[in-house]
Design a protein around this ligand. Sequence first.
Ligand code: C2E
Ligand code: SIN
Ligand code: SIN
Ligand code: FE
Ligand code: FE
Length: 409
Amino acid sequence: MRNETQMLKSLLHLGVELNQVHDLDILMETILERARFFSRADAGSIYIRDGENLQFSYTQNQTLSQRLSPGRKLVYTRFSIPVNDKSIAGYVAQTGVFLNLDDVYHLDKSLPFRFNKEMDEVSNYRTASMLTLPLTTATTGVTGVLQVINATDGCGHVVPFSPDDETVMFHFAALAAVALERAQMTRSTILRIVKMAEMRDPTETGVHVSRVAGYSVALYEAWAKRHDVSQQEVHKTRDVFRMAAMLHDVGKTAIPDSILKKPGKLDAEEFEVMKEHTFIGARLFYPFESFYDKTCAEVAVAHHEKWDGTGYPGHVDVMTGEPLEGFTDAAGRARPKAGEEIPIFGRIVALADVYDALLSKRVYKAEWKESEVLAYIHGQSARQFDPELVEIFFELLDEFRRIHALYTS
Ligand code: C2E
Ligand code: SIN
Ligand code: SIN
Ligand code: FE
Ligand code: FE
């Protein structure tokens, strides 16, 4: 099965795939998936370098995943380890040299680093063989560390990583490092845009948009599963959707401070202006050519529509904000979208955004207790929100809580 032609094909395919992937979180998943496939590893982790620290950024573990209920993912709290010779990953980041260790519990006493057994103890796992490689680019040096854990022999026994594994993983790590750099650039561009929005509206912080994006992708994945959306489609959509969700309120940058930062309730006139952040945001992605542009525009314009047809801005031309012909009410205003007229990405972000807004303090309101938020969402099923998404929301509640904790600083 794992002959050279097949491996080369997979590597080439990966190159194409990684070029299409713009989002860092999705990229890390793909890197780990492929890396584990190549080396038949049970587990893997990626650390991203952040100055003098390595941020434990992503992890997959087959054995531990199987202990979870289906469809759930492992979510770890982020922790970081210093770039120094005391840990395995730290040593690899510091020296730029890879390490192939047969059993991390029996390291040669002359080595400076020790394996940290804490994670194993917490998760009741036994790490043995470990192949750890630096992610290195010519321009920035070591940008991260890729670690695969517990190679298996095909019968489920843990074995050391072979010299062949090393060779393949080296090509792989080089490819991954370049793609990682590119993804970090894309993400930093988006975070700069978010930062711009944040200067205008202190509620639209990096953590808020990351949380909304995290919930949105979780809802989308579960929704897609119910609707038999192919894995390939989900994979293609997920990273684009995550960015679109991050940018849902980008149109707020055009709203005057007197309204955006008003410490109290908006009057009717002010709220009319505030509503414009939807189509103004969508307009930023004109001429809506790529899938990315279209998705971002769709989310921006539709994230305040409501399932029962009482939301905004309704059927408008996003370039002018004027009602579309044939979609006006008696007063000549745009008719709000209702039910499945609202694109699924809009319905998802609507729920994710309100969940996060209610849990958070705003200039105009205090944060709500979780029990109040859950009661509200439950009560708004088939009113404000797509009832199917509310159902999925409650199924995924634990994951939502973990995402909330992960992005709260
Ligand atoms: P946001 O603060 O991010 O809130 C997003 C959405 O969460 C709101 O959309 C609403 O659906 C929900 N939400 C937030 N707080 C509450 C609440 O206390 N009760 C209920 N039932 N729902 C809540 P909405 O209302 O269309 O508002 C869109 C944006 O307009 C808000 O984004 C915020 O930036 C601004 N905004 C809305 N009302 C006020 C206000 O009274 N004063 C100020 N200064 N801004 C407001
Ligand atoms: C991938 O990112 O290639 C697959 C991982 C997943 O679907 O969770
Ligand atoms: C390492 O030292 O690289 C491993 C860190 C850990 O898994 O605790
Ligand atoms: Fe909004
Ligand atoms: Fe928001």
